[in-house]
Design a protein around this ligand. Structure first.
Ligand SMILES: Cc1cc2nc3c(=O)[nH]c(=O)nc-3n(C[C@H](O)[C@H](O)[C@H](O)COP(=O)(O)O)c2cc1C
Length: 351
């Protein structure tokens, strides 16, 4: 089937993937999105291979998963082949469906040691390719690489690396159509993604960047020939996008946008999954961070927004949601609002 996608022997239920968004795509969020349907694969936040091997509590939290969270890729970063392959083996035993190697992260904390997107401009390309090969050879589960187009516009190494990674045995690459120097600025470069698609022989190339609607997805599929699409910020704004895209694949119609009640139910489910996983206190504190984007969509007014951003307990939450249910949407509420998601800004040297 033209629309199916496999990573090695792992056949995915859809060609639409949830991208890792560190700090957001934690287990409760992944579950809530999966429940809406259409997610072929979700990935954890990036974790440091060395910290994983030490089983640091923070890292264990970041890779928390459960049977409903399948198939799941765990994303690792690091610079040493031995450490990265041991981490991959550890993850295979842990039950990860896929190991994803981070070669896209532009943040200084990750690149200064040579990890993340810095691997795309390693002094010797063979160091990077050998690292990937070592990880592939360490495990039976599929290994993927998530990368950017290159370090900057003068060094668009992604097509070269994608082909080399394919020879080294990776099951697929996910390509964010920006260079490291671009950060999150400018427009995603569809031609750059196309060059990666054309560079490989067999493996699927999954396009990524700025897909927020069915029209954006169509444009990416047509312009690049990519085998699938990974969606990050667009899924925070509209977690139904995966189900809508699958329906569009089947019928040519994505169906209606989610209405006010569905949005409210989603918020409710998200908070309760947080409570289930981490308890009332942690869930309430964590929820404050995402309350803002629910408010941008639901537009409940300033007072409710402030209460959600100071959330303390399940009782508070229930009181707020019951009130919102009773009152219904504000006049002229429109489900198609597209709020912005914060990304690092300013000169990339300081990220
Ligand atoms: C807040 C934030 C956190 C991110 N964390 C990760 C990460 O942990 N690993 C990774 O490979 N990419 C990470 N990314 C990049 C996204 O996965 C994705 O490649 C990028 O946002 C472009 O896709 P989008 O326009 O669909 O969001 C992050 C992006 C943002 C905005």
């Amino acid at each position: 089937m033209a629309n199916s996608l496999s990573l090695g022997k792992l056949r995915l239920a859809s060609r639409y993937l949830l991208s890792p968004l560190a700090g957001y795509t934690n287990l409760p969020f992944r579950r809530v999105v999966r429940e809406l349907g259409g997610v072929g694969l979700a990935t954890t936040d990036l974790v440091n291979a060395r910290a994983l091997l030490r089983a640091s509590p923070k890292t264990m939290e970041l890779i928390a998963t459960c049977p409903e969270d399948r198939p799941v890729a765990v994303q690792i970063y690091g610079t040493e082949a031995k450490e990265m392959s041991e981490a991959a083996r550890w993850l295979e035993n842990y039950g990860a469906s896929v190991v994803d190697i981070n070669m896209g992260c532009p943040v200084h904390k990750v690149t200064r040691g040579g990890g993340g997107s810095a691997l795309l401009c390693a002094a010797s390309a063979s160091t990077t390719v050998n690292l990937v090969r070592a990880v592939v050879e360490a495990v039976k589960i599929p290994v993927t690489v998530k990368m950017r187009l290159g370090w900057d516009s003068g060094d668009q190494s992604a097509p070269f690396f994608a082909r080399e990674f394919e020879k080294a045995g990776v099951a697929g690459v996910i390509i964010h159509g920006r260079t490291r120097a671009q950060g999150f600025g400018g427009e995603v470069d569809l031609e750059g993604i196309r060059a990666v698609v054309e560079a490989v022989e067999r493996i699927p190339v999954i396009g990524n960047g700025d897909v927020r609607s069915v029209a954006d997805a169509l444009r990416m599929l047509e312009a690049t020939g990519c085998a699938g699409i990974s969606i990050g910020r667009g899924a925070l704004l509209n977690p139904w996008i995966f189900a809508q895209l699958c329906r569009w694949d089947r019928t040519g119609d994505p169906g209606p946008a989610a209405g006010y009640d569905a949005r409210l139910e989603l918020m409710h489910r998200h908070y309760y999954l947080l409570v289930e996983e981490r308890g009332e206190r942690f869930a309430s504190l964590t929820f404050r961070k995402v309350a803002n984007w629910y408010c941008r969509v639901l537009k409940p007014g300033r007072e409710i927004q402030q209460r959600l951003m100071m959330l303390e307990s399940v009782a508070d939450f229930d009181g707020i949601v019951n009130g919102l249910r009773e009152n219904g949407p504000p006049a002229n509420w429109n489900s198609t609002v597209v709020p912005e998601i914060a990304v690092p800004k300013g000169p990339i040297e300081y990220w």
